[in-house]
Ligand binder design. Structure first.
Ligand code: SF4
Ligand code: SF4
Ligand code: SF4
Length: 296
């Protein structure tokens, strides 16, 4: 990881010195061994702040939305999941490809700062891999201008819907009670929405006050309504990065909900993984005369 850190700093410095980009998005070391938060580098001399370590887990692509209407050129480091988020934003016309310089980093699997804190671990070696990284099927960037280091080995194929299939065995009442209990825990902080590269609408209906679709009161019914809106709005565009579930302070199993819809879409329209290929449109944005229509 030290070698990748060195390469990151050299590359960022070079891009900024030559004026090829206005800003570099990366990670820096925080106050604790488990914190490696995002950093925005605007000056070549600050490139030394950049770090690649076990906790560089934050997806940087979401910060591109802050600059979506500006013509400045940004470089960012992308792991497998981050690169899929960039594909998502490009497909949704949120950013322009010519304004991006993507530096790919093959990812060995990272750790979640929240786990480190909650487990009272004393050093990085004790902290287990993040859940999203245990489940990851695409650790190598799918889109980049240059790659730092060599691609990592492809993880063994897993059934990404195993969890959902288990849930589907429950009765309708059991499923309802299960999701009701999960919704009850939600504090409606919107972290899951705000971190999501598929949630890119500038004006979100959840913030709308005229009309107000969602009541301010945080109760089960309103929370269930919120979760239905969120998950349907990302249904065929969710890149399965796991960031929503990772940042949720209440521990909701949001990937189960996301993957239920993804599984249904796969069954209706054929195998599909969002954010893998710029040319492949999400299934719900295309219409074919042979599409299943029993739900219409
Ligand atoms: S989900 Fe995959 S690419 Fe993303 S941080 Fe984890 S292992 Fe790396
Ligand atoms: S991050 Fe968790 S607690 Fe916050 S709104 Fe989303 S589901 Fe609710
Ligand atoms: S819904 Fe969650 S897993 Fe899907 S793209 Fe958004 S943050 Fe990633």
């Amino acid at each position: 990881m030290d070698e990748i850190t060195r390469l990151m700093r050299t590359k960022a410095k070079e891009l900024l010195e030559k004026g090829e980009v206005d800003r570099v998005l990366g990670w820096e070391k925080g106050m604790f061994f488990y914190s490696t938060p995002p950093v925005f580098i605007d000056k070549p001399e600050d490139a030394e702040k950049l770090v690649w370590d076990d906790f560089a887990i934050n997806n940087l692509a979401i910060y591109l939305l802050d600059k979506r209407n500006q013509e400045s050129k940004v470089a960012l480091f992308v792991k497998g999941c981050d690169s899929r988020a960039v594909v998502r934003l490009l497909q949704d016309n949120q950013v322009k490809r010519e304004n991006l310089y993507l530096i790919g980093i093959p990812c060995p699997g990272l750790k979640d700062p929240k786990t480190a804190v909650r487990g009272y671990y004393k050093d990085a070696g004790q902290v287990p891999k993040a859940k999203k990284c245990e489940e990851c099927q695409h650790p190598n960037p799918v889109l980049y201008d240059e790659l730092l280091g060599s691609p990592v080995e492809q993880p063994p194929k897993k059934d990404r819907f195993a969890d959902v299939s288990e849930l589907e065995k429950k009765s309708a009442d059991e499923k309802y009670l299960y999701w009701q209990a999960q919704s009850d825990k939600c504090i409606r902080c919107f972290a899951c929405r705000n971190i999501c590269p598929a949630c890119s609408c500038k004006d979100c209906l959840l913030d709308c006050s005229k009309p107000r679709w969602l009541d301010k009161e945080v109760d089960v019914a309103q929370n269930q309504f919120f979760h239905m809106i969120r998950v349907w709005h990302v249904a065929d565009r969710c890149i399965e990065c796991g960031e929503c579930e990772r940042v949720c302070p209440a521990g909701l199993p949001l990937m189960q909900l996301n993957r239920k819809l993804i599984k249904d879409i796969n069954e209706l329209f054929g195998p599909y993984e969002a954010g893998m290929d710029l040319e492949q449109r999400p299934p719900l944005t295309e219409y074919k005369t042979g599409d299943p229509e029993e739900f219409m």
